[in-house]
Write a protein that binds this ligand. Structure first.
Ligand SMILES: NC(=O)c1ccc[n+]([C@@H]2O[C@H](COP(=O)([O-])OP(=O)(O)OC[C@H]3O[C@@H](n4cnc5c(N)ncnc54)[C@H](OP(=O)(O)O)[C@@H]3O)[C@@H](O)[C@H]2O)c1
Length: 233
């Protein structure tokens, strides 16, 4: 990418992860375009003089086309909320309309698997189907939608990275998380990351080409499993 300021679009900027990503991007001097639902624009009030906000649904192709125009990178929060294919529509709009060669970084959870080689802890093996069933029953979320979104990203020839977050907690930054290709790898055993650092990893991925076409599962660099791994290494 050239010497000019990087221009980054954040799709889902008003959520908790989105706001952390806005902050990290501004700290790095990036130009920021944020997309969020119209009813959530006020959540971005503190940034309104420093970023351009494009209000609208993130699965609306016209909204995304306008927002990603001229952007070197797009950070997209994939969420399973709603039962009308919101995640899939959002991912597809970004894949279709981002600038050729742009870095596309998507967020999701450990439950998404790129190659089926993840070995999940019992808690996640039980929780995902139970949450999925209850969510579908009460029509507030659809995990299958996030899975379909991920399948489309994995099949795309764009320069994507799918960042898979562990369980999250709030708190001050502990530094850039460490990552591994498969859930079940010992380095990830602690299954905990600060949300601010999940955002840090998403923003870091914009400029780390070694992460192109990877689906890193992340964990805090200060977690017991990461420290134990560093010691043995
Ligand atoms: N929460 C966890 O423990 C966890 C763990 C691992 C990975 N992750 C991943 O982290 C990312 C962020 O998740 P988060 O839990 O931290 O949430 P978050 O950052 O607060 O983001 C929630 C997003 O969902 C949007 N949203 C909420 N209700 C919606 C609806 N009915 N229809 C459409 N959009 C809706 C929000 O938009 P508005 O601002 O407009 O409401 C916001 O952009 C996701 O990709 C998630 O898969 C989360």
């Amino acid at each position: 990418m050239s010497g000019r300021r990087l221009r980054v679009c954040i799709v889902g900027a008003s959520g908790k992860l989105g706001q952390y990503m806005v902050r990290h991007c501004l700290d790095r001097g990036y130009e920021v375009v944020g997309v969020c639902r119209a009813q959530s624009v006020e959540k971005l009030t503190e940034f309104r003089d420093r970023i351009r906000i494009v209000p609208g649904h993130t699965n609306d192709a016209d909204v995304i086309r306008e927002a990603v125009s001229g952007c070197d990178g797009v950070l997209t929060v994939l969420v399973p909320w709603g039962v009308d294919g919101y995640s899939t529509g959002t991912a597809q709009a970004v894949l279709d309309h981002a600038e050729p060669g742009a870095r596309l970084i998507f967020s999701c959870g450990w439950h998404i698997s790129m190659d089926g080689k993840d070995r999940y802890p019992l808690k996640l093996r039980l929780l995902v189907p139970v949450f999925g069933w209850v969510a579908r029953l009460f029509r507030f979320a659809d995990i299958g939608d996030q899975e379909e979104a991920a399948r489309r990203i994995f099949a795309s020839e764009t320069r994507w990275t799918v960042v898979r977050g562990s369980d999250l907690e709030e708190g001050d930054s502990e530094g850039l998380p460490v990552w591994s290709r498969h859930v079940g790898d010992p380095i990830l055993a602690s299954n905990l990351t600060r949300r601010i650092d999940f955002a840090l990893f998403m923003v870091h991925a914009l400029t780390d080409d070694s992460l192109v076409h990877e689906a890193p599962a992340i964990v805090s660099c200060r977690s017991a499993s990461a420290l134990a791994h560093a010691e043995t290494a």
